[in-house]
Design a protein around this ligand. Structure first.
Ligand SMILES: Nc1ncnc2c1ncn2[C@@H]1O[C@H](COP(=O)(O)OP(=O)(O)OP(=O)(O)O)[C@@H](O)[C@H]1O
Length: 226
C-alpha cells in the first residue's frame, strides 16, 4: 500500500448545534484516485472545504504527507461562462501561475504552461477566447488551470454535473490517465455512482453523519438514498 498523502483522524464538523458528520477517519494513498460520494446535504462540500484548508474543522485532524504544506488543485462544478468572457484559454490557465510584474512568467513557468495545455489537449485552442469554447473544453481549461502548479492533490468537485455523457467520460477519462501515468492523487466528488465505479479505486461515502469506505467496485446504487 502506498504512503498516505492525507490522513484524517476523528474529524467532526458542526454548524451551531447541528452535527454534519463525526468520527470520520480515512486516508488517501499517494497516487490513488478516490471518489467522495453521498446524498445532497451529506457534507461532501464541507469535507472538501476542510481538505482545502478554508474551513477549520470542529474537531479532529488532517495530516499530510511529511506534515508539511500540501499543494491542492481544485476543479469546480461546470458553470457556463458568458460568450464575451475575454481571456484566451492560455491566459485563463496562466491565472493560476504566480503573478508578478512584467515579464510575468519564468521560462520554467512557460514550459509548465505548454506542457499542461498539451496534457489537457488544449494546445490548438490556446488562443481561443474561453467564452467561445464548448462545455467540455471549458472544464479541460479549469483542469489545466488546477494542474499548472503541479499540485500533489487534485480535487474535482462535481465537475461533470450538467455535462453530457460523452463529455463527462472524456474529462474523467483524461484525469484517470493523468492519475495512472503520472501518479497524480485525485479526489473525485460526485453524485454519479457509475462514474465513481468506473474511474476510481476506492470510495468514501458520507451518510447519516458517518463515513464508510471500500473498493469502488463495491459501490452499489442503493447505497445512496436521497
Ligand atoms: N457555513 C455553514 N453554516 C451552516 N450550515 C452549513 C454551512 N455549510 C454547510 N452547511 C450545511 O451542512 C450540510 C452539508 O452541506 P454540504 O454542502 O457540505 O453538503 P453536500 O454533500 O456537498 O451537498 P450537495 O451534494 O447538495 O452539494 C447542509 O445541510 C448545509 O446546509
Amino acid at each position: 500500500m502506498a504512503q498516505p498523502l492525507i490522513q484524517v483522524h476523528d474529524l467532526a464538523q458542526s454548524f451551531a448545534d447541528r452535527t454534519i458528520f463525526s468520527h470520520v477517519n480515512f486516508s488517501i494513498p499517494q497516487g490513488a484516485m478516490v471518489s467522495l460520494v453521498g446524498a445532497n446535504g451529506s457534507g461532501k462540500t464541507t469535507l472538501t472545504r476542510i481538505l482545502l484548508g478554508i474551513l477549520k474543522p470542529t474537531s479532529g485532524t488532517v495530516q499530510t504527507d511529511g506534515g508539511g504544506h500540501l499543494t491542492v488543485g481544485y476543479v469546480p462544478q461546470f458553470r457556463n461562462l458568458d460568450r464575451d468572457y475575454p481571456l484566451s484559454v492560455r491566459s485563463f490557465v496562466q491565472l493560476n501561475q504566480i503573478a508578478r510584474p512584467w515579464p510575468w512568467h519564468t521560462a520554467a513557468e512557460k514550459r509548465a504552461l505548454t506542457h499542461i495545455l498539451t496534457e489537457t489537449r488544449l494546445t490548438g485552442l490556446a488562443k481561443t477566447p474561453l467564452g467561445m469554447t464548448s462545455g467540455g473544453e471549458k472544464q479541460r481549461a479549469y483542469l489545466a488551470q488546477a494542474l499548472v502548479n503541479d499540485p500533489r492533490l487534485l480535487i474535482l468537485d462535481e465537475p461533470t454535473a450538467s455535462l453530457d455523457v460523452a463529455v463527462k467520460h472524456e474529462l474523467i477519462g483524461l484525469v484517470r490517465e493523468l492519475n495512472q501515468k503520472q501518479g497524480l492523487t485525485v479526489l473525485f466528488v460526485t453524485h454519479d455512482l457509475p462514474m465513481a465505479r468506473e474511474y476510481t479505486d476506492r470510495y468514501l461515502l458520507l451518510q447519516g453523519g458517518q463515513m464508510t469506505t471500500g473498493p469502488a467496485s463495491a459501490l452499489r446504487d442503493d447505497l445512496i438514498a436521497d
